[in-house]
Design a protein around this ligand. Structure first.
Ligand SMILES: Nc1nc2c(c(=O)[nH]1)N[C@H]1C(S)=C(S)[C@@H](COP(=O)(O)O)O[C@H]1N2
Ligand SMILES: [Mo]
Length: 406
């Protein structure tokens, strides 16, 4: 008689991870049967996300925050947006995990286990703002294809790891090094093992900055799987696509890295501004580097109703790519006049900064509060949508909330 085969323990535990709780009669599940909740998983449970996060796409998972969810000074996991180009890896085994440093411009190709990385190099912790290049895409007209991010594809968590510079220098950097390129273990949507969903990088200058780290902790804990466990490159202030998740290889290149989504129109802007809707040739697209100055009102939530005579305390965050935010203002008259907000210094370079202001409204009625940040090069956010571009990147228009005074 053939014995009935039950699902393996490892499968059962991965089911439990997806569902977010133990399967009570799990040992009774026959091999080959997939529980309903795994066939149709709940992303909020699976990724421990706040119920007000907004799912933009489930294949792959792309989930954004809303402005009011980003009120914390350090973004908690529950409110961090998720952007995946491929499939979240499932079978990560720490005991066999390694990071390889290779490429045309490495002196000695090296391989490190996770514990070697942790024990050999000094640890650093930084708060780093990382924003998806496509944050704000939903406002462009004509519309740009891709995830229709509104304002929520930004987070500033606290990341702990080793400096990429220390690791690259340990392997040795040749004089002709130009760029680094990362490789990761997430799978292409087609499941073709030869295809990478994404493999980006940055010039050596950015790679060698103090704050560019290979992180193994986020907000003091192991990085959640969906955000790059067990090892993530974090390069604050640049498009978040540079911050590769699930990194197992970094190549020191003697030319601009040419991995997936480095070329063509991906994460590039027209080198000179086109007319809205105009076709731009690939050779006229330039790689996005530092992100532009931007801010977000995280309190109150848009639609707030306040009583006449009451002071409204607004607050939020501002960031400026590689630069610092030097001025923060708000307007309640559609940008006609601007009033200074208080703005804190960043905790460290590339962290977002916190602003606040107290607003008094003279009359009952409908208002909008607009917020505008200015960077250390004296560049301010545009009041409304900035230059149209084919992929809908870099919308840093002023954030606006509606307020009723009654
Ligand atoms: N390996 C890998 N790294 C990746 C991606 C990816 O799909 N695979 N997406 C990139 C993009 S486009 C963004 S915006 C950020 C999103 O990071 P998060 O999901 O932790 O918020 O990860 C980047 N790193
Ligand atoms: Mo992104």
């Amino acid at each position: 008689m053939k014995r009935r085969a039950f699902v393996k323990r490892a499968t059962l535990s991965s089911f439990a991870t997806i569902i977010g709780t133990e399967l009570v009669f799990g040992s009774k599940i026959l091999n080959g049967y997939t529980p309903l909740a795994v066939q149709n998983p709940d992303p909020f449970k699976m990724f421990n996300k706040h119920p007000e996060m907004v799912v933009l796409n489930d294949k792959p998972w792309n989930i954004e925050a809303q402005a009011h969810l980003l009120d914390d000074k350090i973004t908690p996991n529950a409110c961090m947006f998720i952007r995946n180009n491929g499939l979240v890896p499932e079978d990560i085994d720490l005991t066999t995990w390694t990071l390889t440093i290779d490429g045309e411009s490495v002196t000695n190709e090296k391989e490190y286990t996770l514990s070697e990385l942790k024990s050999k190099f000094k640890h650093y912790t930084y708060q780093l703002a990382i924003e998806c290049g496509g944050n704000g895409r939903s406002e462009f007209s004509p519309p740009a294809k891709g995830n229709q991010w509104t304002v929520g594809a930004i987070h500033c968590a606290s990341w702990t790891g080793v400096r990429l510079r220390d690791v690259l220098e340990d392997a040795g950097i040749k004089n002709n090094a130009v760029y680094i390129g990362y490789h990761a273990v997430d799978k292409h949507l087609s499941m073709d093992p030869k295809k990478e969903p994404i493999s980006r990088g940055c010039p050596m200058e950015k790679a060698l900055q103090d704050e560019t780290i290979l992180a193994f902790k986020m907000n003091g804990e192991d990085i959640p799987l969906v955000h790059g466990y067990p090892l993530r490159l974090v390069a604050g202030g640049w498009p978040a696509s540079v911050s590769g998740k699930w990194i197992n290889r970094i190549s020191i290149r003697n030319k601009v890295h040419d991995g997936t989504k480095m070329t063509g129109t991906a994460y590039r802007m027209p080198c000179t501004p086109p007319a809205p809707g105009e076709k731009v040739k690939d050779e006229n697209m330039c790689i996005i580097e530092s992100m532009p100055v931007k801010s977000l009102i995280t309190y109150p939530k848009t639609g707030a109703i306040i009583n006449k005579g009451k002071t409204l305390n607004i607050r939020g965050h501002a960031w400026a790519g590689e630069l610092e935010v030097t001025k923060m203002e708000y307007s309640i008259d559609y940008g006609s006049t601007w009033i200074a907000c208080g703005i804190e210094k960043p905790v460290n370079r590339l962290a977002w900064q916190h602003f606040s202001a107290n607003i008094n409204f003279s009359k009952v009625g409908y208002y909008e509060v607009w917020a505008r940040a200015t960077d250390s090069n004296n560049m301010a956010q545009p009041m409304l949508i900035p230059g149209w571009n084919p992929k809908g990147y870099l919308n840093n228009a002023c954030h606006r909330i509606a307020v009723k005074v009654k």
